[in-house]
Design a protein around this ligand. Structure first.
Ligand code: 5GP
Length: 208
């Protein structure tokens, strides 16, 4: 029985190179959920293998700035020289339809979301150790040495923001990390403050 009409907004962050994208894909591959992924908008260049409208909406800096002006973004931030942001309309539409919406965003944007939608669930993914992170960033082979260094510096600053999140999930194994996130989502749904109103309505009782 479903006790929530509106979906949960799930914000996932973590330092660059922690494997957020891989964990998110494993999460979406799990059965029996109604998760939808919010495709972000970015001004960064498309990487090999990425698809416009699937991984990101790739736009020009001018277009991005126009979206900001028009109030079309739930949040946005600059990350290592590029803009990234979450289109607002789709998020609200999915939540109203009762679907969970997953945002995979960096920490500044996550804080903006928390302010605007305080009932969101904030999850921070961490690596089992810092070395794993640096190795991943270097072996990805998609960025120049300079960009890698900037991302490592950024990751070190991002680590310090973990305390702003509701949950910390260690990505020791991708499937374990995805399992943990699914457990968090299920537990959040069962929280009294999220479900009591609907339950009382169902049994025809008023809350005192
Ligand atoms: P990448 O260039 O590696 O795809 O992403 C760089 C960083 O930007 C990652 O930490 C990613 O989670 C974050 N990011 C992706 N989309 C958004 C977004 O819509 N808003 C914000 N604030 N960060 C995002």
């Amino acid at each position: 029985m479903k006790l929530n009409d509106r979906g949960l907004l799930v914000v996932i962050s973590g330092p660059s190179g922690v494997g957020k994208g891989t964990v998110r894909k494993a999460l979406f591959d799990m059965k029996g959920h109604n998760l939808t992924y919010s495709v972000s908008m970015t001004t960064r260049q498309m990487r090999e293998g990425e698809r416009d409208g699937v991984d990101y909406y790739f736009v020009s800096k001018e277009d991005f700035q126009q979206k900001i002006k028009d109030g079309k973004l739930l949040e946005y931030a600059e990350f290592v020289g590029n803009y990234y942001g979450t289109p607002l309309d789709k998020v609200n539409e999915q939540l109203d339809n009762g679907n969970e919406v997953v945002l995979e965003i960096e920490v500044e944007g996550a804080q903006q979301v928390k302010q605007k939608m305080p009932d969101c669930v904030m999850i921070f993914i961490v690596p089992p150790g810092k070395e794993a992170l640096y190795e991943r960033l270097k072996s990805r082979g998609t960025e120049s040495e300079e960009v890698i260094q900037k991302r490592i510096n950024k990751a070190n600053r991002e680590f310090k923001k973990a305390h702003l999140y509701d949950y910390i999930v260690v990505n020791d194994e991708v499937s374990n990390a995805a399992d943990r996130i699914m457990a968090i989502i299920r537990a959040e749904h069962a929280k009294t403050e999220r479900s009591i109103h609907k339950y009382m309505e169902l049994i025809g009782e008023n809350e005192d």
